[in-house]
Design a protein around this ligand. Structure first.
Ligand code: GLU
Length: 444
């Protein structure tokens, strides 16, 4: 086989992908790009009832938004014949057997084993069925499931993140690879694909560690090449709480709709859980160059969606107007004011969604905030404020006049004016704010 580095991101299109999936996608993407190899988007859609085309489209949209371009797409639903061929090969080798237990029977077996203090591993009762018994069961219950007969020996691999891993084949139930209704299950489809497609590196979540043990045996049985595996830790919430239930709310499409910048999300996810610091990286090439899977730890990784906000804010500060011109225009900002609008707002927003609030303030005016002790002062100041439009010198001319008339200076002069004009104690440079303000409600 060729030694070109090949990785794949293999989501099942049964829902929207979330930050946990992104961790997997990104690591595989970065490994392929760093090595100048190939990154495959593999759609694991062997379950016809749960797979939906809208999710396939959603996955592609999310990856494109992030700039994680794939070299090709493969769909498991169009490769079923290959999986059946592999199944036949396993049957011919005597490594594949049909079993007929119902879920209730299996459950009962497990309970009995646990009661006796034994691990709940499938007892292989089906292996001793005679052909006649199988025919009778099939007539009664329909086709059975097909299980792969694991070698009862240690399965070892050197994991890119976990280090040396060893799994006792005898501690794992013979995996079901084909269901009673004929549906090919992920474990078989995945190894056939990884082998056929020359996948050299597989990064996935640590919930797949046991799968990897069984998959290594199946790959070896089928004469395939075992890829390098790395299993990243699962994400937890900021307090270490399980994130699995909340992942639904951390869908990439929701983060996109919330205004999170792809660069922020990529910068965080490409380094979170590694010994490298999380810093804003605006270029994919920086993420690629600095990526090393071996620098990731096996401990659960804390993820806090709040961290995406300062990174997004920081990213927006780097942008010239040209990059946001469309969004700015969509708010109704006249082109001749766009440059000024962006220059004062970009340091005062978390996401682009915040721009709407600023434009509302400039175009409709802000409700003034005036402290009791400043009432007289503000009315004097307003009397001195000329009619607009204002230019770059208007603010300084006005505040000089106000200072002379009232004797106020410094913060006592500027803060009440800012609050009267913008309704806020903080914000952009007032000299520019004044030029953009079309309505000054404090004029009364
Ligand atoms: N479709 C599988 C999943 O989403 C792929 C796992 C793998 O990377 O092998 O869990």
């Amino acid at each position: 086989m060729s030694d070109k580095t090949t990785t794949r991101f293999a989501p099942s299109p049964t829902g929207w992908i979330h930050v946990g999936n992104l961790r997997t996608a990104l690591m595989n993407y970065l490994i392929a790009r760093k090595a100048g190899g190939e990154f495959i988007l593999r759609i694991d859609d062997t379950d016809p009832n749960r797979s939906k085309e809208e999710y396939v489209d959603g996955i592609k949209r999310d990856l494109e938004w992030l700039g994680l371009h794939w070299d090709r797409v493969e769909r498991q639903s169009s490769r079923l014949e290959k999986y059946h061929d592999a199944a036949q090969k396993l049957r011919d080798m005597g490594l594949f057997y049909e079993a007929f237990e119902t879920p209730t029977e299996l459950d009962l077996k497990r309970k009995k084993q646990l009661n006796m203090g034994k691990p709940p591993v499938y007892d292989r009762a089906a292996l001793s069925l005679s052909d006649a018994e199988k025919d009778a069961l099939r007539a009664e219950r329909g086709s059975g499931v097909w299980r792969f007969k694991l070698e009862h020996e240690r399965i070892v691999w050197n994991d890119g993140i976990l280090g040396d891993v060893s799994i006792d084949g005898a501690s794992v139930s013979d995996p079901v690879l084909i269901r009673g209704d004929g549906q090919i299950l992920y474990t078989l489809a995945s190894v056939v694909d990884d082998t056929d497609m020359g996948v050299t590196n597989v990064v996935r979540g640590s919930d797949h560690v046991t799968n990897t043990g069984t998959q290594i045996q199946i790959i070896n049985a089928l004469g395939g090449h075992v890829p390098n595996f790395a299993h990243h830790s699962l994400l937890t919430g900021p307090q270490g709480e399980a994130l699995s239930k909340r992942l639904g709310t951390l869908a990439l499409k929701d983060l996109r709709e919330a205004g999170i910048a792809p660069q922020a999300l990529l910068s965080l996810m490409a380094r979170l859980g590694s010994s490298d610091p999380v810093e804003l990286r605006t270029e994919m090439s920086e993420l690629i160059d600095g990526f090393d899977i071996n620098r990731f730890g096996s401990a659960p990784t804390k993820f806090d969606a709040e961290d995406l906000k300062p990174l997004t804010a920081k990213f927006l500060q780097t942008l010239p107007l040209a990059d946001v011109a469309e969004e700015v225009r969509a708010l109704g900002v006249p082109d001749e004011q766009a440059e000024q609008f962006w220059s004062v707002t970009r340091d005062n927003i978390t996401t682009l969604h915040d721009l709407a609030g600023w434009w509302k303030m400039f175009s409709e005016g802000a409700d003034p905030v005036i402290e009791d002790e400043d009432r007289e002062f503000i009315s004097q100041a307003m009397a001195l404020l000329p009619e607009g439009p204002f230019d770059a010198d208007s603010w300084s001319n006005w505040t000089t006049a106000v200072k002379e008339a009232t004797g106020r200076k410094g913060k006592g002069l500027f803060m009440p004016l800012r609050k009267a004009l913008t309704g806020q104690a903080h914000g952009p440079e007032m000299a520019t704010v004044l030029q953009l303000l079309q309505v000054i409600k404090a004029r009364g």
